[in-house]
Ligand binder design. Structure first.
Ligand code: HEC
Length: 218
């Protein structure tokens, strides 16, 4: 009984200490102050387990499909290089330097199991810089990038540039924006030939209906 009471008081004290740490602003959320190594390991373990559990049922398509690869190359160059760099863009960028956790480099991405890579690209990672690309892209375009990632380890800058040049550029069926960091020589989405991936009746490619102004609240 005595032991239980002691444990209870200790638990209360720990909770109060944690609360005080938060309320007084002592906990440092700065991206340039790293976690304690133990905290980092716990978060990393939680992320690995969470993604593995959610990616288990993902069905992987044929990643050697040349059309997937061509499409993935242009999208990688347009959307991922600013953080993950590439064989032809090895210099750190402001984004890649400033983010915490640091984005893994392109060659490390190529070693990630396709299921895990697909899930991560589609859903992103909370409280890191990794966006959820599934918000704006269909699965087949995401798979294009997974297919391309697998080719990256050991790829020369020349082969990388050739792959980007042979790609339809930034294309995922409409809604593409220019976020920079891509290959400046890659064809722009608007002038690029339509990729075989783009559905003929793509709802995203139609101009948005004119917004009606609602003046009733003025
Ligand atoms: C704004 C920066 C940023 C952009 C842009 C970005 N990522 Fe990431 N990405 C990250 C960060 C940061 C992580 C690491 C997250 C973590 O460790 O919790 C990450 C993680 C990943 C991972 C998981 C790696 C692993 O070891 O499991 C994959 C795969 C990935 N990114 C692919 C992509 C692809 C493909 C694109 C382009 C569509 C992209 N990322 C664009 C920042 C970015």
């Amino acid at each position: 009984m005595k032991l239980l009471k002691t444990l209870f008081v200790l638990a209360l004290l720990a909770a109060a200490a944690a609360w005080a740490l938060v309320v007084t602003g002592t906990y440092d959320v700065a991206a340039d102050t790293p976690h304690w190594p133990a905290t980092y390991r716990v978060i990393e373990f939680a992320r690995t387990r969470s993604v593995a559990a959610r990616a288990a049922d993902v069905v992987v398509p044929d990643l050697d499909d040349p059309a997937l690869l061509r499409n993935g190359a242009g999208n990688y160059a347009a959307m991922c290089v600013s953080c993950h760099l590439s064989p032809a863009d090895q210099e750190e960028t402001e984004l890649s330097l400033g983010l915490y956790p640091r984005p893994p480099r392109w060659d490390a991405l190529g070693a990630v199991e396709p299921r895990i890579a697909f899930w991560t690209i589609k859903h992103g990672i909370k409280a890191s810089g990794m966006p959820a690309w599934g918000r704006s892209m269909d699965d087949r375009y995401l798979w294009g990038m997974v297919a391309f990632l697998r080719q990256l380890p050991g790829m020369s800058a020349e082969r990388y540039r050739a792959a980007i040049a042979a790609s339809p550029g930034h294309s995922h069926g409409g809604g593409e924006t220019d976020i920079g960091g891509g290959d400046p020589h890659a064809p722009q989405a608007a002038s690029a030939p339509r990729s075989s991936f783009e559905p003929v009746d793509d709802p995203m490619s139609a101009p948005a209906p004119a917004q009606e102004h609602d003046d009733h609240h003025h």
